[in-house]
Design a protein around this ligand. Structure first.
Ligand SMILES: Nc1ncnc2c1ncn2[C@@H]1O[C@H](COP(=O)(O)OP(=O)(O)OP(=O)(O)O)[C@@H](O)[C@H]1O
Ligand SMILES: [Mg+2]
Length: 544
């Protein structure tokens, strides 16, 4: 018989083990061994019930060596007497397990066990598991004192399990919050769509421990394409086209409902393009929904570890990320539409101006050519005839000049033939001749050619800036600098005119059009002006 003093010492020792164990498993192992030692039980075990309260998540034993354990096979599933303990969470003391009507017997090769003591591992009415002991030394029954002692150990086990779970939950929560935060920041700071989607797949994959997370979006032509992927063979997945009609992603897109598939082999709707190369066995599919429309699908495959199935928590988390991905996709589509609309609007405006010019200017001139020809016809004498003819000739020359000017405004030929600097040189020359304003042009670009859209945007910017100077500035001189660095080209147009309040509401389209054009090329426009202090426009476009 073990002495009372030894028991107390062992109990205190187990308490110390609580604080010195390096892991939950190690700590529970020590508690089980202490329980066996204190009660004189040959076998002891501790079963930890999973969070759902359904089955045993851990089963820690003492007294059973490796060979016996292998012979028995799987740890208990929680049927029979152990099931009673899991469900009822009550202390159970039996003289012989097999006498109890609820016993289902032992599996083959199981060592004989008769006397039994089972104590629930509980804290604040939550059952975390059970501590079981069998085969008290000398074939005796477990007594009340054993029960009390094991109860104390079970309480310590409960605290340890609860702490471990709280810690795990807290760490999970904080990394989830961090990830969602980072994505929120990316969404708010207008980072490009592929980057936001990459962030989303990367974080989601880490948080749910998946082998692969991908985002598939429908293209305008109706195909479904993987636009972001993180994890196993992510690089090969990117850009892959999924079959829309027969695939899971396609179906989830249509049904607009998230799905969790625990066994892909049993599901006829599988994305073979993804599942096969990955040899995936499970899947999570969550639709991206923006303003009641499904605009994509988040797909995850295979949880890393023993069990490849995803949990409900994983699904909920994926849904959180899908909401953000949907916002990002929707936002970017809207920005693109908006930019396009404005460009079309600006073009429309330009066309209307040219139409007006053709009508008012060229039309008038041609009308006077007709009138002039009439005068030629009706001329009475050779001198009058020659004079009328000379007038018509002058009118035609002027009309031709205007038509040329209009053509230049539509698309300067010099821009196509000789490049940005040459085209601006011409523009400046005409401008000086027509207005008498002195223009100083410095170009650090020489005759290097740039992408055609970059040249057009900067040319249009300078053109509109000069037009504005004539219309609004009352300037005496203008300076234009075309600059070039390793990464960007810039155009700076500065005048010494009356300036304007940049904060005031503007009516015209000119400056906004410049801004739009440059923004479409990832560039930007800076407007510096103050009443009485001249105006400086700085346009910059990065080189690709
Ligand atoms: N160089 C400048 N000097 C003084 N004021 C300017 C200058 N450039 C622009 N502004 C002011 O800014 C306003 C907006 O210019 P913006 O080019 O956008 O429109 P607009 O020239 O009035 O019309 P639009 O260009 O559509 O024909 C002008 O109306 C004018 O008041
Ligand atoms: Mg203007």
């Amino acid at each position: 018989m073990i002495e009372e003093r030894d028991r107390l010492r062992a109990l205190v020792g187990a308490g110390i083990a609580l604080s010195s164990a390096r892991s939950l498993d190690e700590l529970l192992q020590r508690l089980v061994e202490t329980a066996a030692a204190l009660t004189g039980a040959r076998y002891a075990a501790l079963g930890v019930i999973d969070r759902e309260g359904q089955a045993l998540e851990r089963f820690i034993t003492t007294g059973i060596d490796g060979a016996v354990r292998t012979a028995i096979g799987d740890p208990p599933h929680g049927r029979g007497i152990l099931g009673v303990l899991i469900r009822d969470a009550e202390t159970l003391r039996l003289h012989d397990i097999s006498d109890d009507p609820r016993s289902v017997g032992f599996p083959p090769n199981h060592p004989p066990m008769r006397a039994f003591l089972g104590v629930p591992v509980m804290l604040r009415d939550v059952a975390y598991g059970n501590l079981y002991l069998t085969e008290k030394a000398g074939g005796a029954d477990f007594d009340e004192e054993d029960e009390e002692m094991v109860g104390l150990l079970a309480a310590q086990a409960a605290v340890a399990i609860e702490n471990a779970r709280l810690y795990e939950t807290a760490t999970r929560w904080s990394s989830q919050l961090e990830a969602l935060n980072e994505i929120g920041t990316a969404l708010a700071s207008e980072i490009k769509l592929p980057r936001v989607l990459a962030l989303i797949t990367e974080h989601l994959r880490k948080l749910i421990d998946a082998r692969l997370v991908a985002i598939a979006l429908p293209r305008p032509d109706g195909t479904l394409v993987i636009e972001a992927a993180d994890g196993d063979s992510a690089a090969e997945m990117l850009g892959r086209q999924l079959e829309r009609a027969g695939s899971k992603s396609g179906r989830v897109l249509e049904r607009a409902r998230a799905e969790r598939v625990d066994d892909l082999r049993a599901d006829p709707e599988v994305d073979y393009e993804v599942a096969r190369p990955l040899a995936a066995t499970t899947g999570l599919y969550v639709p991206l929904v923006a303003r009641h429309r499904v605009i994509g699908v988040v797909v995850a495959h295979d949880k890393v570890g023993d069990d490849p199935r995803f949990s409900d928590d994983d699904l909920r988390l994926a849904e959180q990320f899908a909401i953000r991905a949907a916002v990002a996709v929707d936002q970017s589509a809207r920005v693109a539409r908006d930019a396009l609309r404005r460009v079309v609007e600006a073009q429309e405006l330009e066309r209307r101006r040219l139409a007006r010019e053709l009508h008012d200017q060229t039309g008038q001139e041609l009308t006077s050519v007709i009138l002039g020809l009439k005068a030629v016809e009706e001329a009475q004498d050779p001198a009058g005839h020659a004079e009328a003819l000379e007038q018509v000739r002058a009118q035609v020359v002027e009309t031709l000049h205007d038509v040329r000017r209009l053509a230049v405004e539509l698309r300067p030929k010099a821009l196509d033939d000789f490049g940005l600097v040459a085209a601006i040189e011409r523009l400046v020359q005409t401008f000086g001749e027509q207005t008498g304003i002195k223009v100083d042009l410095v170009a650090q670009l020489a005759d290097e050619r740039l992408a055609s859209d970059v040249e057009t945007a900067l040319y249009r910017m300078v053109q509109e800036a000069l037009t504005n100077i004539v219309k609004h500035a009352q300037a005496a001189s203008v300076s234009i600098v075309i600059g070039r660095s390793a990464a960007a080209v810039s155009a700076v147009v500065e005048d010494d005119g009356r300036g304007f309040d940049t904060a005031a509401r503007r009516e015209g389209m000119g400056l906004d059009g410049m801004q739009e054009r440059l923004a479409l090329l990832d560039g930007r426009l800076k407007i510096e002006s103050r009443p009485g202090a001249g105006t400086t426009l700085v346009g910059e476009v990065p080189l690709r």
